[in-house]
Design a protein around this ligand. Structure first.
Ligand code: FE2
Length: 233
């Protein structure tokens, strides 16, 4: 399996604190059945983990995983927050953030936690025009999408993919996120699953999320989901 949203790089954001914790997370991921990891440190107003840092840290962690015989292949990425339009515009122009995987055809982005950014459709359209597929991180965790799914439906029409978190599906992010995540699966609106793991407590648990997905959508849909995710790296 591929985990395409995880804060496993050491000492760059609110994820793994050091190399030791990163390796421990990778071991848990491996035991969970994950073989490829797209690292997605925060790229936002608080943690500006730029692409050059991502690439350097990927190399550092990969070297250590190889040395310790942990069979995980790392790929670059970022979780870019739409802090506001000016923030996105500036860093898009400066090529500050990393796209998912080496082909770079996907961008993982998240909304602010406070409110929906009304400029999102325009930003999404610009990405689509550049042949990039925007992947929306954990919509089920945002109260404004739960209260009014209309903007989310609009983004889906524009070609946005969704990433639902395994933690949400197993109930670790509260009953509302769990319910909405399950509803999105049943409605056929989930393109990818990921862990969004940050440490050894909020840990990689993709297989549990996949099991929920399969129970709700069936094995054929799960196979399609995994095939779609394979295309990212
Ligand atoms: Fe995240």
């Amino acid at each position: 399996m591929i985990d395409m949203h995880i804060h496993i790089l050491p000492g760059v954001d609110d994820g793994a604190k050091n190399l030791e914790e990163s390796v421990a997370m990778a071991r848990i991921a491996y035991a969970d059945g994950i073989r490829d990891i797209v690292v997605t440190p925060h790229f936002n107003g608080t943690f500006l983990t730029t692409a050059d840092i991502v690439h350097r840290k990927v190399e550092e962690l990969q070297t250590e995983l190889d040395r310790q015989g942990v069979g995980i292949r790392l790929h670059p990425g970022n979780e870019v927050r739409l802090e506001n339009r000016a923030f996105f515009d500036e860093h898009w122009r400066k090529r500050s953030f990393a796209y998912l995987g080496t082909p770079g055809a996907y961008l993982l982005f998240e909304e602010r936690w406070t409110d929906y950014d009304a400029d999102t459709p325009e930003i999404v359209q610009r990405l689509r025009d550049a042949d990039i597929t925007p992947v929306l991180a954990h919509p089920e965790r945002h109260f404004f999408f739960r209260e009014n799914p209309e903007p989310l439906m609009r983004l889906l029409e524009l070609g946005v993919w969704t990433q639902v978190s395994a933690d949400s599906l197993v109930g670790n992010s509260g009953p509302e996120a769990q319910q909405f995540g399950r509803w999105l699966i049943e409605a056929g609106l989930v393109h990818t699953l990921a862990t969004d793991a940050h440490n050894l407590i909020r840990k990689p648990n993709l297989s549990a999320g996949m099991a929920v997905f399969e129970a709700l959508a069936g094995p054929a849909e799960r196979a399609k989901l995994e095939a779609r995710m394979s295309g990212i790296v």
